[in-house]
Design a protein around this ligand. Structure first.
Ligand code: ADP
Ligand code: MG
Length: 325
């Protein structure tokens, strides 16, 4: 457990929740599509329909062994984060967990609108108003996580899901596969993420922090407003070079019609020094987000579950059993 803690992984020790794991076959309760509709590196995602209610869910089936190593504890970490986030309307909801001899299966709320990536591919242009609304919802999700000292570390259009077809939809964060708990006094250094969205500190093998996500948020805003990535090169190597070079440009042909406020927003995030970047809360108060968004869907009151971020292994942990609805 101490090992996990050093690596920023949540264990039962600092999560006051227990998640029931079911060992009966998923097919007892759900009609499961044989073909996955999406696939990641270690997971396949299948549509499944609850036999009694007829409601559709997304079953994320994750292999427990990768490269001959047991990673069940990493999957449990992902489950704990989803469980801790169940009261945030901006984070995909986890309903049930199943386990087989080879896989752990997360039964998730189905995001019927698919990935934000699809919207970028299908639309030549997204209005600034739409972009600001999307960014605001993402920032609400990220602010929720950051209040709990969780860094997502893989914010990109493939991990942002739409509840419905664009633009009459809400956005939810998914994929906590490489997220980490950021603790005081523990330095996390790892190489992870996706080239176009990765921050300079990750590439420099410097400590990871909540600000690491804010860099990705800056890249995302740039992409939504221009349809182009700010640092994308011909090769991975070239992209890494561009990220660490510290040059950010807003070419006139891409940003001619974009407001000064929007460019200022991006510029206040794509800063080499992590501590100088805006926080998620500050972003929500930035004039670009404020002026382009209607007053709409105020967030519900969210009960707080706080994680221990100090090294208190022997502290008493109140284990509250919560039935997954
Ligand atoms: P990985 O760790 O393999 O990237 P993800 O959680 O990102 O796993 O899932 C892979 C893909 O599956 C996502 O990019 C998305 O397209 C799809 N997906 C995952 N969860 C859902 C969901 N709840 N609703 C709809 N699509 C989903
Ligand atoms: Mg993913």
């Amino acid at each position: 457990d101490s090992m996990n803690y050093q690596q920023g992984l949540i264990t039962e020790d600092h999560c006051p929740l227990t998640v029931p794991v079911r060992f009966q076959p998923l097919t007892d309760t759900y009609l499961v599509d044989p073909r996955p509709f999406a696939r990641g590196k270690f997971a396949t995602v299948r549509r499944c329909k609850h036999k009694e209610t007829g409601v559709d869910y997304a079953a994320k089936c994750i292999r427990k062994r990768r490269r001959a190593a047991d990673v069940r504890h990493e999957i449990m970490h992902e489950i704990f984060i989803l469980k801790l986030s169940e009261n945030s309307p901006r984070i995909i909801r986890l309903y049930e967990v199943y386990e087989t001899s080879t896989e752990v299966i997360l039964v998730l709320e189905m995001a019927a609108g698919g990935e934000l990536q699809r919207v970028l591919e299908d639309h030549e242009e997204i209005s600034e108003k739409e972009a600001a609304r999307i960014m605001r919802q993402i920032l609400e999700g990220v602010a929720f996580l950051h209040e709990r000292n969780i860094a997502h570390l893989d914010i990109k259009p493939q991990n942002l899901l739409l509840t419905n077809t664009f633009p009459t939809c809400d956005i939810k964060l998914c994929d906590f596969g490489i997220s980490r708990l950021i603790s005081k006094g523990i330095e996390l250094r790892e190489i992870l993420g996706t080239p176009d969205y990765v921050s300079p500190e990750i590439l420099h093998y410097e400590p990871i922090s909540l600000a690491t996500d804010m860099w990705s948020i800056g890249v995302l805003a740039y992409v939504l407003l221009s349809g182009h990535t700010p640092f994308g090169g011909e090769t991975k190597q070239e992209t890494f070079w561009n990220v660490t070079s510290g040059t950010l440009e807003f070419p006139e042909d891409l940003f001619g019609g974009v407001s000064k406020d929007a460019k200022d927003f991006i510029q206040s995030l794509l800063i080499m020094e992590p501590n100088e970047r805006m926080t998620a809360k500050e972003c929500l108060h930035h004039s670009w987000i404020k002026s382009f968004c209607d007053k709409e869907d105020p967030q519900r009151d969210i009960p707080n579950i706080r994680l221990s971020t100090t090294n208190e292994f022997n502290a008493e942990v109140s284990v509250v059993s919560v039935e997954v609805a």
